[in-house]
Design a protein around this ligand. Sequence first.
Ligand code: FES
Length: 126
Amino acid sequence: MSRHRVGRAGQIDALGSRIAVVGGGEEIALFKLTDGEVLAVENRCPHKGGKLSEGMVCGSAVHCPLHDWKIDLRTGQAQAPDEGSVRTYAADVDAEGSVWIETGERPDAAAAAAVPPACAGLEERS
Ligand code: FES
């Protein structure tokens, strides 16, 4: 497990995103929720590789900008009926406002699973 400082929380707008590239070429999208929580996921949609960092955030999910798959930012899972997932990364903000992420093997990704509130009006798509 490696810990990386990838910027400052103040550099990410609420419901916005920022890309962090860490060692090994991992491109990671950082998102800040309305409560200030920062979440980090692989910046590649499991459908056809859309840049999730360019998607719209709703609750704790992001809508891929290419075909609107909805990806849970906590679990990395695509919302049914779509299938697939992206890698999630542990992220935290320290007392000075720096954002840190952990890369490498994860002890228990399932523990991070939490069902986000539904995004009313954003569920349907063809
Ligand atoms: S590439 Fe993301 S929904 Fe198609």
